[in-house]
Design a protein around this ligand. Structure first.
Ligand code: SF4
Length: 90
């Protein structure tokens, strides 16, 4: 299992402009920045680790694991519900 430090060292965005991963807003120029960030994520070998980290630590801003803020917020609601269901079942 990779530690946080390990997967970050393997990230495809390591040398990318951080502004495209943390655009201001979700309209106008941010649309293109988000699209570029998601494209970089799609080729990232640690996408799953990144997304898991973002869900576990409730990262609200930016693109993580290929998911922009709004998409990740919806995904996190489902992720939390599934986690609750698994804990109740065990
Ligand atoms: S999935 Fe995207 S945000 Fe996460 S480490 Fe990879 S390139 Fe960076």
């Amino acid at each position: 299992m990779l530690t946080v430090t390990d997967w970050r060292e393997l990230s495809a965005c390591r040398d990318s402009d951080p502004d495209i991963f943390f655009p201001v807003g979700t309209t106008g120029p941010a649309v293109d920045q988000i699209r570029k960030a998601v494209a970089i994520c799609s080729a990232c070998s640690v996408k799953e680790e990144c997304l898991q980290y973002a869900l576990e630590t409730n990262q609200e801003a930016g693109v993580w694991g290929g998911y922009p803020e709004d998409d990740r917020r919806r995904l996190r609601k489902r992720w939390l519900a599934e986690r609750r269901r698994r804990r109740q079942a065990s």
